[in-house]
Design a protein around this ligand. Structure first.
Ligand SMILES: Nc1ncnc2c1ncn2[C@@H]1O[C@H](COP(=O)(O)OP(=O)(O)OP(=O)(O)O)[C@@H](O)[C@H]1O
Length: 255
């Protein structure tokens, strides 16, 4: 069953067609890779999907319901969470506090109750702390709860970002280059984490340049080049597609 449907999505920046009439479907429970050379339009697609920018044409549906074009918190409420290419952590705050900020977005108590320190607010803070710790444990960094987020290794910062995204209890997790800057060991740990997240019922869309991770972790892959969808299919099919090979070899930006 398809969970996410991108329907004829286009985006232009001045004279540049960043995305041109893009349509694809992501099945419930898939790890779906979105690849392509630098500047192909991958992050733009995430920006449109998650409501931080608006498409010129087209739209997305999640579970058959049309997603709002924005703002991001309205899209998040529909069940989509995102991590960013450059982590957006509060570097001075502790790892636990970073996770609590995300878990707190789901809390119900109002600001005045929190400031007044009411019993309900205290109970909610305790629940929020416990929830944040559970997500840190889930991604394997609970032992770093008291460290300042800015002191974490790159791989651990990425895992904290994923914990923060999961705290919103999404149906679909959109990850923008989660393996960037990771060594092979960290990438292996990340792959197992992605598989666990999927096993727990969260569908994943993954932008990634690390082809060994993409090929090993993804069920299907869509390939963008200069804003167009040039191929989609299984990793084995995409890997041998001459159009894809030409796009990667032909661009001055191929990695
Ligand atoms: N706000 C913007 N204004 C103008 N051009 C933009 C803007 N955002 C992206 N672009 C351009 O749109 C194209 C697609 O960019 P995008 O960041 O989506 O590519 P990408 O596939 O994510 O690349 P990378 O792998 O390098 O992150 C690029 O040519 C980029 O320069």
């Amino acid at each position: 069953m398809s969970l996410l449907h991108a329907c004829k999505v286009s985006k232009r920046y001045g004279g540049l067609q960043a995305l041109d009439d893009i349509s694809f479907e992501v099945e419930q429970g898939e790890i779906f890779g979105l690849i392509g050379p630098n500047g192909a339009g991958k992050t733009t697609l995430f920006n449109l999907l998650t409501g931080s920018e608006r498409a010129d044409n087209g739209h997305f549906t999640l579970g058959g319901e049309r997603l709002p074009a924005g703002p991001p918190h309205a899209v998040a409420r529909c069940g989509i969470a995102r991590s960013f290419q450059n982590t957006r952590l509060f570097r001075e705050l502790s790892v636990l506090e970073n996770a609590m900020v995300a878990a707190d977005a789901r809390a119900r108590t109002g600001l005045w109750a929190t400031l007044a320190g009411t019993r309900a607010a205290r109970a909610e803070e305790a629940a929020c702390r416990a929830s944040a710790l559970r997500w840190l444990d889930y991604v394997g960094i609970a032992h770093l709860a008291d460290a300042a987020a800015g002191t974490l290794s790159y791989g651990d910062q990425r895992r904290l970002e994923i914990a923060r995204a999961l705290a919103g209890q999404p149906r679909l997790l959109a990850l923008d280059e989660p393996a960037a800057g990771m060594n092979a060991t960290e990438t292996g740990v990340l792959k197992r984490l992605l598989e666990r997240i999927r096993a727990d019922g969260v569908t994943i869309v993954l932008i990634e340049h690390d082809m060994s991770l993409v090929m090993a972790a993804c069920d299907r892959i869509a390939v963008l080049d200069f804003g167009r969808l040039i191929a989609q299919g299984t990793p084995a099919a995409v890997r041998h597609d001459p159009v894809v090979i030409a796009a990667y070899l032909g661009g001055s930006h191929a990695r």
